[in-house]
Structures are given as C-alpha cells and as structure tokens.
Design a protein around this ligand. Sequence first.
Ligand SMILES: N[C@@H](CCC(=O)N[C@@H](CS)C(=O)NCC(=O)O)C(=O)O
Length: 221
Amino acid sequence: MTTPKDIQVSVLRWAPPIVHGLVRDLRVRWALEEAGWPYREHFVSPEAQASTKYRELQPFGQVPAFQSDELKLFESGAIVLHIAERSPALMPQDPAGRADVTAWIFGALNSVEPPVMMLNVIDMLYQGPKGDDVQGLRGWIARWTESRLDVLERELEGKDYLLGRFTAADVLLTTVLRILRDTDFVKKRPLLEAYQRRCETRPAFQKALEDHLASFAQHAP
Ligand SMILES: N[C@@H](CCC(=O)N[C@@H](CS)C(=O)NCC(=O)O)C(=O)O
C-alpha cells in the first residue's frame, strides 16, 4: 500500500488551556504517527474557520480537516478510518477483523462519546445557571455514561486493547475517555484507567500530544 503524499491536517491556531490535549486534531495526529505517515499542520484562526475557503474543506468550520494528494476529508472518525484502512498498524487485514475495528470506531464515537460530551458541555462549556433542573439532567447523563463504561469494562476484561491488538478503535476510544479527565468516571475503574494509560504511553500518542501542545505554545497570545 502506498502512503499518500502532501498530507495536511487542520489544527486550531490557538485554544484556551482547558481544552489542550482534547482538541480532535489529536486523534488524527495519533493515527498518523501510528501509521508512520508524515504530515504538515495547517493552522486555522477563528477568521479562517469562518471563511468560505475553509468551509469547503470542513463545512462546519471545525478542526480537524485532512488533505492529501489524493483527497480531502473532514470528521475525525472518517479521517482516522481512512488512515486505518490503509495502515496495517491500525487495522488487521482479514475482513472480520476489519469489520470489528469499523464497528468499534463507530461505537466509540456514536455510543460512548455522546453522553461523555453532554457531561462535558454541562461541566465545562455551559455558563448558565446550574439549578436543580441542570443537576437532575447531569445525574441522568452520568448514569448513561456509567452504563457505557460498564460495557467497556466487560469488553476489555483480559485484553490489553479493545480487539486484543492495538487498532484505530483504541485511538478513538482513548481520546473519547480523555474528555472525562477532570472527573472520576474513569479514575474509579482500575481496568479502564489501566487501558487508557496503556494507550497513552504508546510512543505514537506521546509524539502526537507533544506536537499538539507545541502548536498551542507556539501561538500563545
Ligand atoms: N465531529 C467532529 C467534531 C469536531 C469538533 O468539535 N472540533 C472542535 C475542536 S475539538 C472545533 O473545531 N471547535 C471549534 C469550533 O467549533 O468553532 C469531528 O469529530 O471532527
């Protein structure tokens, strides 16, 4: 399999420290590091995000967006899947194994990330009053999140990674679990915490995180 050339990944030119290590270009950087595909950063400012030119690349004006000599792509899950489909480091070669990875990529993004993000919205992003109604909603979403983490714990029992070996599904699941870093949802579950640590101590993750943080430091106001 040939490696695409001239890869560029869009990243926020700067973001406040509260989201450092969470912005979704990290997923793509990590997958690229695991695959061994060189890439360049395409820094986008808030003005660029709003521009017609950037919206042709990412219709919602968000990051990440991906470009290569072959194609352009948006949505972190689609980008990681694209890389994985061409990289044995992220996806096994047999059809059943590939199907499992695809299912877990969607599982991480579509079944685990929604309640995790809702908690994040209430805890970090929502600035309005947090009366009984918001607390009640948070409690309900917290139980939804716990039920998803229960499933993950069962899946990971006796395994180092979701599908036994490391795959793109672990890139997405780990970066989703990171969103809970200021809570005890993962911390109180030793098996999940160990899984997250195992994934985050991989050299490819460390390199991706280092570059992700360096680009914010470089553009700090
Ligand atoms: N579903 C999208 C979400 C992308 C997203 O939420 N990007 C955020 C950073 S993590 C962003 O660009 N926020 C800035 C904005 O929306 O203006 C994906 O996974 O790529």
